[in-house]
Design a protein around this ligand. Sequence first.
Ligand SMILES: C[S@@+](CC[C@H](N)C(=O)[O-])C[C@H]1O[C@@H](n2cnc3c(N)ncnc32)[C@H](O)[C@@H]1O
Length: 337
Amino acid sequence: MAQPETERLSEIIVGALLTRALCTVADLRVADHIEPGSPKSTTDLAKAAGADERSLYRTLRCLASHGVFRETTTGEFDHSALSSVLRSHATGSFHAGAQVLHLVFAGVDGLDHVVRTGEPGFVKVYGKPVFDYMMEHPELAAAFDAGMTCFHGFETEAMLEAYDFGAVEVLADIGGGNGSLISAVLQRYPKMRGLLFDLGHVTARAKELLERNVVAERCRVIEGSFFDVVPPGADAYLMRHILHDWTDEQCVEILRHCRSAVPGHGRLIIVECVVPAGNDPSLSKDFDLLMMTFSGGVERTESEFRALFRQGGFDLASIAPTSTMVSVLEARPRKTR
Ligand SMILES: C[S@@+](CC[C@H](N)C(=O)[O-])C[C@H]1O[C@@H](n2cnc3c(N)ncnc32)[C@H](O)[C@@H]1O
């Protein structure tokens, strides 16, 4: 094989270790032991992080060659723009994002299983679906919440810029997680009331955040599963990064429960990636593999969303792109003739 092809394919294959290196270094909190502008030796870093010095040096050298940390001419490590957001207390920290994947990294092995069989790989590796597994591992569930804020937190502002919630009186955030999204919308719209719905082990953390964000008085918290019911009482129902966790059949079930709750004049607001056609790279295509492997979910194209909405009793009304990888899809209850 020609050298360029060999090297590119090698790069992709060895890239699996790069992901692991980043997650391991995040879990060891190496970034927390470096003050930006004050490089540290690997002797000091290994001691502080409880790691093997030579292995840590080689890992950091490789990461630095990909822009995460910077090796100085004297062999010490300083921060780069990417490593500085791995610090756990940095503004916009990504530490929890890397750590959550570290905690369930074995799940990545499930890709082979899903490609061969169509069954979620996570179940093959961990013995149960990802959200059931989390219910039994509260420390992982808390890390997952924090990780979601890392991956998706910055999308909130972009969503608020792209979509006008001005006419909404009561907004329900279904699968609202730790409450950061509904908090931000309620803070932007002081007259709006809210409703957060999620599984019981998640809502306790959400209540704390709603209190801290001084929106708890305007936001009811209801626990339950959207496979049983979606609570009535709102005129707009928001779901961010929910449908991408589930198969088409499961999404139709969730959407039908939403349809029972959404009033005739109401709307459904879905915040998700819309996978573009063509061969260009898109983070949504990479995330799609993560969904396929971990939860059995799907990142969808516009026509796939249209079809899902139709089966769930809605019609796609509009798609507002944001400055991030997600779009805001608005669906209205389908009129029966
Ligand atoms: C990918 S997270 C998205 C969280 C939040 N919407 C956000 O954008 O940050 C998926 C959420 O769905 C919740 N969830 C999973 N299964 C659920 C169920 N059966 N009923 C209600 N919520 C569920 C999880 O607890 C989690 O908070």
